[in-house]
Design a binder for this molecule. Structure first.
Ligand code: KE4
Length: 431
């Protein structure tokens, strides 16, 4: 007996008539797992609730910002206090100065900061800075790394670009794409060869210091240090795209965790507390090349928006006030989760790899380690699809793609983690 369509299904069909794919960002459309995405009505703590009234333990966390959980009272309170003063002025505010100072205090490679309204704008600006400063046009990125959707980065990109099978998007002029030089993630020899083959041509190397758009792939020992040395040797700028890892894997980001300081850092997600944000951070010498102090142009109507800045300040201050406790709790919760999942899968001899760095993790159905995009693509995607929907039916929401990282928040208590492990146990016989 066919049941009447759910609210999610009705909304998805309606959405597809007025929004491409029914979504405002492709990965939300469930392209790689199939089915109907839940339309979310509300969220609180570690749970989201859809338009059918069903709740899920959420490991997407809006793709990273919700490190303290959804609708955190300190963040909502900060937005509520800012709201009556107006939503946007197009003029400098004190709060933007405070946020820039907080980021500069905590990001090792930062003396100055410029805010934007998305991670894409931040990485786009970082590349323009590197090109403007060096006078060179080519740059190196890694297969499967995703740096937002600016033209130059949509070559062998990860995340939604990989999910929908277009890692190199149409619409990017060949002449521009040619300036994007590619290397496999974690392959220092490939980077060395590009530099040797193109002396004086490379403006920058941009890297996700922990790849989060292939799924979660940590750097192999020496990889980041090697990039730092090669950039210094060849006069190129090293850009750490920490839009995802910034304030996520360590209070000082991946650069704090691994002790490698880039020339430019890009940030997003957590620094806006879930409101639209991006940021470029670097030394005074680099940043003062940006307009109006320097010739390299960059701008944005809503950059430093008062509500985004209020939310970002509240989140960064909450994280800093209780650093040890919060990051310790994130580590323990994420370890409890991945140890529990590994136990369930190992008990059924299901080959898997469960990489984790702090509270970001992913799951590949593949016995061998995943070191790059090719390894990730070789994992069993069908098994992931069965797992994804099996968990969703049992009230657990993973990211709807094997090429995404999952996030544990400080709101994922032992109960939620154990409930998740039990859901894995229930689905495991079907994998
Ligand atoms: P935004 O333009 O989406 O704010 O940031 C782009 C970006 C830049 N750099 C890194 C390392 C990123 O992970 C992102 C965006 N992350 C994806 C999730 N993997 C956003 C989700 C989406 O595209 O809807």
């Amino acid at each position: 007996m066919s049941s009447s369509p759910s609210r999610n299904e009705v909304l998805f069909e309606r959405a597809k008539r007025s929004i491409p794919g029914g979504v405002n960002s492709p990965v939300r459309a469930f392209g790689s797992v199939g089915g109907t995405p839940p339309f979310i009505r509300s969220a609180s703590g570690c749970r989201i609730t859809d338009e059918d009234g069903r709740s899920y333990i959420d490991f997407v966390g809006s793709w990273g910002p919700m490190i303290l959980g959804h609708a955190h009272p300190r963040i909502l309170g900060a937005i509520e206090r800012a709201l009556p003063r107006g939503t946007s002025f197009g003029a400098p505010t004190e709060a933007e100065v405070l946020l820039a100072e907080r980021i500069a205090e905590r990001v090792p490679g930062a003396e100055m900061v410029r805010l934007t309204t998305s991670g894409t704008e931040a990485t786009m600006t970082a590349l323009r800075l590197a090109r403007g400063i060096t006078g060179r046009d080519a740059f190196i990125k890694f297969e499967g790394n995703y740096h937002g959707h600016a033209d130059s980065f949509l070559v062998a990109a990860g995340s939604g670009a990989a999910t929908h099978g277009h890692p190199s998007s149409p619409g990017v002029p060949a002449a521009l794409a040619e300036l994007t030089r590619l290397a496999p993630f974690n392959d220092l020899e490939a980077v060395r060869a590009i530099f040797s083959g193109s002396p004086e041509e490379i403006a920058a190397v941009i890297v996700e210091p922990i790849a989060g758009n292939i799924g979660c792939v940590p750097p192999v020992p020496g990889f980041l240090e090697g990039l730092r040395d090669l950039c210094r040797e060849h006069g190129a700028l090293l850009i750490f795209d920490e839009v995802m890892t910034g304030f996520r894997v360590h209070p000082r980001g991946a650069q704090g965790l691994y002790g490698v300081t880039p020339d430019i850092t890009t940030l997003g997600k957590i620094v806006g507390g879930g409101m639209p944000v991006g940021a470029i951070a670097a030394s005074r010498e680099v940043m003062e090349q940006l307009s109006p102090t320097g010739p390299i142009y960059q701008a944005g109507t809503l950059s430093g928006n008062p509500l985004s800045v209020a939310a970002g300040l509240a989140l960064l201050d909450a994280l800093a006030e209780d650093e040890e406790t919060i990051y310790g709790r994130l580590e323990r919760a994420a370890r409890r989760l991945t140890d529990g999942i590994a136990g369930v899968l190992a008990a059924r001899d299901i080959p898997h790899t469960l990489p984790r760095v702090g509270s970001m993790f992913s799951l590949y159905f593949r016995a061998e380690p995943v070191r790059n995009f090719d390894d990730a693509r070789a994992a069993d995607g069908d098994r992931f699809r069965v797992l994804f929907h099996g968990l969703l039916e049992r009230g657990v929401a993973l990211a709807p793609s094997p090429f995404e990282a999952g996030f544990v928040s400080a709101a994922h208590d032992d109960g939620a983690i154990d409930e998740t492990i039990e859901a894995f146990r229930a689905v495991a016989p079907h994998l």
